[in-house]
Design a protein around this ligand. Structure first.
Ligand code: GLN
Length: 193
């Protein structure tokens, strides 16, 4: 059975595990470098990017993930996970893996509308608009020209892909719609071949 890891330091990791299991994938909770063995992809969940980042800084954990990504290992970051994948974080010097050529702004949609849901079109996704759940979400302020912008909301980039690295500003694990997880599993299947 195919195994996909979910970084289980803090945040919405259990929900991601459930989404993966619904799709017949074995979800592995990843808390250390050792847990990275035997998985074919990794999801970095939403939560608090500073808290998760602090753990990644310890014992070469983040460095190992960066090394694996350099060999084509697929990673999907959601919300705080998107922040942790980015090269640049607006007005912050917190830790990030720097695997995606994007700049992000944290809590970017403003306090008044900190959390909201919206139906958004996603490039190449069959079956109509996707219900996207935003919770104190970031958005992408700049994306490198080689990146594929898959979705935007209110003119802001909220879903982006660079080959085997995928990142969403919203939480696909909080709805019953599993299409974004399926999309990531397809990326993982390419890598396994
Ligand atoms: N605001 C959080 C952060 O900056 C992200 C929120 C989330 O992941 N839902 O880390």
């Amino acid at each position: 059975k195919k195994k996909i890891g979910v970084l289980a330091i803090q945040g919405a990791f259990r929900e991601h595990c459930k989404s993966l299991e619904k799709l017949g994938v074995e979800a592995v909770e990843v808390r250390s470098v050792d847990d990275l063995k035997g998985i074919s992809g990794l999801i970095i969940p939403g939560g608090e990017s500073t808290a998760i980042g602090k753990q990644l800084e310890i014992d070469g954990f983040g460095d190992k993930i960066v090394e694996m990504a350099g060999e084509g290992f697929p990673i999907f970051g959601t919300c705080a996970g998107m922040i942790l994948l980015s090269k640049k974080i607006d007005r912050s010097n917190q830790y990030s893996l720097g695997l995606l050529d994007i700049s992000v702004k944290r809590n970017a949609f403003g306090r008044q509308i900190a959390s909201f849901e919206a139906d958004i079109p996603v490039k190449g996704l069959k079956g109509g608009n996707l219900r996207a759940v935003f919770i104190r979400a970031p958005y992408v302020t700049e994306a490198g020209p080689e990146l594929d912008v898959l979705a935007a909301y209110a003119g802001k980039i909220v879903l982006v892909q660079d080959d085997h690295i995928l990142a969403s500003a919203f939480h696909p694990e909080l709805t019953d719609d599993t299409r974004i997880h399926e999309y990531f599993i397809n990326i993982v299947d390419q890598y396994r071949k």
